[in-house]
Structures are given as structure tokens and as C-alpha cells.
Design a protein around this ligand. Structure first.
Ligand code: TYM
Length: 336
């Protein structure tokens, strides 16, 4: 059991899909918070590989992406001594509870999920049942660990609300079983927007590669993408209505440096967008440099990675089995 897992601290659970490209949006919206929360809370983290097959995956790439996501998150600062960090498919309780929760989740609720609507449009040739029931798997992930808080970006807020509804419904029928979790959305970086269409969230599924920055992008690529970022014609570095591009760049600068938007505005008073874009790119490059260096060491050390995810999966299974047993007993399943 990791040293800091005590009964007193609040429990945090979060996960990320092994998409092949972990973006600056993922990092600033979620991962950076995960790392900071590790001392104050009992954190449990996962690579959500079961979620990932709602869209078709090429087996060889998929296997590599899972391991790369794992190594990258360690490089970002997840410390398995403090926070068990496992691979979702290694812990069978997730799929089991997900099935159960499917039976306590309404068709109408799932139909309202904006992510389902977006993804079913984007993958019109593969609108599978998993894409539809994805939020009950996510609810299972969270509820298995009786999590108090779930650090996510704004895009996951609706799924979190559904998780709360499912938990409350189940508790209403069977008595107190699940902790009803709250979303933990950071003040800065909660929604990093596309660099090309700054009214849309930054997403690696965007076909325009200049729209997103990957945590592992080379410095020159990062610089190029920021230089091409869409802005407005006002040429004044400040937050404002209709200035989505600049608002986003200020948000990124703030999330990366910890400076407030007022401080950033004052610093760039009288300077053009060209200067500002270069400064944001430089700040991002410096932030990502140590992560990229650590990543290249971890990814070379497959045995070390396996040791970390196996140890964490054992811990996660023990903990989650307790909740699953309780749920099954309440429903009326015959004990083994
Ligand atoms: P995923 O893999 O799409 O994203 C991982 C985390 O990154 C955040 N994020 C962003 N934040 C700010 N700006 C952006 N442009 C941006 N893009 C992504 C997401 O909000 C998320 O926090 N379903 C989840 C994974 C998951 C999960 C869970 C999360 C599975 N089970 C249980 C929490 C709890 C997902 O697809 O995230």
C-alpha cells in the first residue's frame, strides 16, 4: 500500500485515454493538477484503455500508445509511491461494475451526452453501443474507489454529473453504497482551445495538426504552431470579447507560468501579437522540456514501467473489489 494512502485524506480518482497524442490541453486541463494533488489527497490514477476501443484501434499502435501514455504520465510527475497508477484493463472490476451500472443508467440520460453526439457524428460508420454507454464505464471507474473528487477539464463535466446521478439513484434504491463525487476543475487551463479555431476545444482528433500541441512535440514544432495561431485584428494583448484566440493564448500562458491574466497583459502592453506568440511558445517549450527528457528515459525502461503498473493494479483491484462486493450483495447476487 503506498505510504500516503490513509483513511483520513480525501480520495481522488482520474483517468486519461491512451490516444497516442497527449495534448497540451490534457496536460494543462488535467495532468498538471493530478501531479499537484498527490500530496494532499489519496490519489488513484489510470490509463483508460477500455474507453479507447469505442473508436477503432490498430492493435500494434494501441499497445504502444498504452505504454507511451503510461510512461508520459510518470514523466509528468505521477509518483506510484504516492498514487497508485494502473492500466484500466488490468483491473477487471471496472468492466464488471460498468455492466451493473448500465442497468441503472437511462437511455435518455446517455442520449443527452454531448460527447456521444459529437463522436457519433465524427465516426458515423461506427456508432457502437460502447460509445453510447461509455459514461457508465467512467462512472464505474470513479465509484469503485469511493472518490470524493475527480480532477478533469470542463469537457468531462457532463459525464461527472451523470456519475453523480447514477450514484444517487443507486444509493436511493439500496441505501448508502457510493460516495457521490464532485468534479475538481482547475482555475486555469480548464478548457484549452484549438490554436486554429479557438471556439473549439483543443483536441488531437482535429485533422489540422496546427490546431493542437502535443506534450511530446519538438520545440521547433511548438514554436511553429504558436506562430500560426489564429488571433484577431485588434493587436492588443488583453482578455476581451471576440478575442477567442488571444484569450486562449493568455490562458495557456497563465496555466504554464502561474501568472494572472492582468500580469500578462501588463507585461505585453504595447507589444504586438508576434512577440506574444513567441513568448507563449517559449514558456510552453520550457515547461515541457523536463517532461520530454524524463519520458525518453522511462520509455526505454519497459521493466520498470511493468513493475509500476502491476504493483498499482494489485492495489487497485483490492480496493475496488470491496466496493464491487458490496454492490453485488446489495443487489442480491448469491455470494461465491
Ligand atoms: P481524455 O482522455 O479525453 O482527457 C483526459 C483529461 O484531459 C482533459 N482535457 C482537457 N482539458 C482542458 N482543455 C482541453 N482542450 C482538454 N482536452 C482534454 C479532460 O477533461 C480529461 O480530464 N473519459 C475521460 C477519461 C476517463 C476518466 C475516467 C476521467 C475515463 N474514466 C474517470 C475521469 C474519471 C476522457 O476521455 O478524457
Amino acid at each position: 500500500m503506498p505510504e500516503n494512502v490513509t483513511e483520513k485524506k480525501k480520495v481522488i480518482f482520474s483517468a486519461i485515454q491512451p490516444s497516442g497524442t497527449i495534448t497540451l490541453g490534457n496536460y494543462l486541463g488535467a495532468l498538471q493538477n493530478w501531479v499537484k494533488l498527490q500530496d494532499e489527497y489519496n490519489c488513484i490514477f489510470a490509463v483508460a484503455d477500455l474507453h479507447a476501443i469505442t473508436v477503432r484501434q490498430e492493435p500494434k499502435d494501441f499497445r504502444r500508445n498504452i505504454l507511451e501514455a503510461y510512461a508520459l504520465l510518470l514523466a509528468c510527475g505521477i509518483d506510484t509511491e504516492k498514487s497508485p497508477f494502473f492500466i484500466q484493463s488490468h483491473v477487471h472490476t471496472h468492466a464488471e461494475l460498468a455492466w451493473i451500472l448500465n442497468c441503472y443508467t437511462q437511455f435518455g440520460e446517455l442520449s443527452r451526452m454531448t460527447q456521444f453526439k459529437d463522436k457519433s457524428q465524427k465516426h458515423a460508420d461506427n456508432v457502437n453501443a460502447g460509445l453510447f454507454t461509455y459514461p457508465s464505464l467512467m462512472a464505474a471507474d470513479i465509484l469503485l474507489y469511493q472518490a470524493d473528487l475527480v480532477p478533469v477539464g470542463v469537457d468531462q463535466k457532463q459525464h461527472l454529473e451523470l456519475t453523480r446521478n447514477i450514484a444517487e439513484r443507486f444509493n436511493g434504491i439500496y441505501g448508502n453504497t457510493f460516495k457521490v463525487p464532485d468534479a475538481y476543475i482547475g482555475q486555469v487551463g480548464a478548457k484549452i482551445m484549438s490554436l486554429q479555431e479557438p471556439t473549439k476545444k483543443m483536441s488531437k482528433s482535429d485533422e489540422n495538426v496546427n490546431a493542437w500541441v502535443a506534450v511530446l512535440d519538438k520545440p521547433e514544432t511548438i514554436m511553429k504552431k504558436f506562430k500560426r495561431a489564429v488571433t484577431d485584428s485588434e493587436a492588443k494583448v488583453c482578455v476581451g470579447e471576440g478575442k477567442d484566440g488571444i484569450n486562449n493564448l493568455i490562458g495557456i500562458m497563465s496555466a504554464v507560468t502561474g501568472k494572472t491574466s492582468d500580469e500578462i497583459t501588463a507585461e505585453f502592453d504595447g507589444r504586438g501579437y508576434g512577440d506574444f506568440k513567441v513568448a507563449v511558445a517559449e514558456a510552453v517549450i520550457e515547461k515541457l522540456r523536463p517532461i520530454q527528457e524524463r519520458y525518453s528515459q522511462y520509455i526505454e525502461n519497459k521493466d520498470y514501467l511493468a513493475e509500476q503498473y502491476r504493483k498499482s493494479a494489485e492495489f487497485a483491484l483490492r480496493l475496488s473489489q470491496r466496493t464491487l462486493d458490496k454492490v453485488m450483495k446489495k443487489i442480491g447476487y448469491l455470494a461465491k
